[in-house]
Ligand binder design. Structure first.
Ligand code: HEC
Ligand code: HEC
Length: 245
């Protein structure tokens, strides 16, 4: 079990961009890639209840005390473009992610190792409380980023979002992620307002299979079918979306 002080040092070095000197952690992470099921989280009534009854007030305290705010902000709006925004994210999805990091199911890359370390310090109740805290905010409404895609490409992306692509067996993104990409049922995450850099990275991690905590490999199949150009255009498209409207 990591001491809080060691965790603080780990976070400080991660924020400063220094290499995290923790070979043991890296080794442990690699050893778990592609072994066993993609996640241990099963949405039975106990888990649904636990998350639904999470205490946002306590979550706010944990957000500060556990240094989450250093990267994800006081209100779930992250300070850096590589750190995902959590504001307005689906509580169940946040719960699943933190459990997946804790269970070493999401160990893909260097950037996950910090999350694997912090998640070890959290109880299930802590996780439910943090999940309700972030979920209590509206979705991010970012300053608009420049969309480098051509108007044809943007139109093509809108079609993929709303209708999918039968030829490539890609179902419409919004059928699962919500009509405004505000998040769907159970643990389908919101995508609206997510940082472009994080979106691009995590889609590439699904595509390469480095991220493999998605149940039934749903997102891995979808990401694999998309071109890099499509992923890039989508990253900008979602970053500019305001899921609150
Ligand atoms: C040093 C910066 C840093 C700190 C501190 C940190 N995170 Fe993270 N967090 C990240 C990064 C980077 C990722 C994306 C990692 C990846 O690609 O797997 C992430 C991912 C997440 C995710 C998944 C988001 C998604 O959209 O899938 C959640 C939830 C999360 N963090 C919650 C927390 C909580 C709760 C804490 C405090 C207990 C915390 N984080 C502390 C940097 C940080
Ligand atoms: C069949 C339902 C379904 C469809 C269709 C779908 N997704 Fe997903 N998506 C999910 C689920 C479930 C997750 C959470 C997976 C996990 O637990 O890692 C997810 C996760 C994601 C994430 C990670 C979010 C984060 O915060 O890390 C991104 C990005 C994403 N989807 C983008 C897309 C895009 C773009 C499309 C359309 C091309 C799409 N999805 C279509 C179900 C779907």
């Amino acid at each position: 079990m990591l001491k809080l002080k060691k965790l603080k040092t780990l976070i400080a070095s991660a924020v400063l961009g220094a290499a995290v000197a923790s070979p043991a952690l890296a080794e442990e992470s690699n050893a778990h890639i592609h072994h066993g099921p993609s996640s241990n989280v099963a949405w039975d009534i106990q888990h649904i209840r636990l998350v639904a009854n999470g205490d946002a007030k306590r979550g706010q305290e944990l957000n500060t005390k556990m240094f989450c705010a250093t990267c994800h902000g006081e209100k779930g709006i992250s300070a850096g473009r590589n750190w995902p925004h959590l504001a307005g994210q689906q509580a169940n999805y946040i719960y699943k992610m933190l459990k997946d990091y804790q269970d070493k199911k999401r160990v893909d890359t260097d950037s996950s190792s910090i999350m694997v370390a912090v998640a070890q310090k959290l109880t299930d109740q802590d996780i439910a409380d943090l999940a309700q805290y972030y979920a209590s905010f509206p979705l991010p409404n970012n300053p608009k980023v420049k969309n480098f895609a051509s108007p044809e490409m943007v139109k093509h992306i809108q079609t993929l979002l709303e209708r999918g692509d039968g030829k490539r067996m890609i179902p419409p993104c919004l059928s699962c992620h919500g009509i405004k990409a505000e998040g769907g049922t159970t643990d389908m995450p919101a995508l609206a307002g997510q940082t472009a850099a994080y979106f691009r990275k995590t889609m590439q991690d699904y595509k390469s299979g480095k991220r493999h905590n998605d149940i039934y490999a749903r997102m891995r199949y979808i990401a694999e079918a998309l071109t890099d150009e499509e992923i890039e255009a989508m990253a900008q498209y979602f970053a500019n979306m305001n899921g609150n409207q």
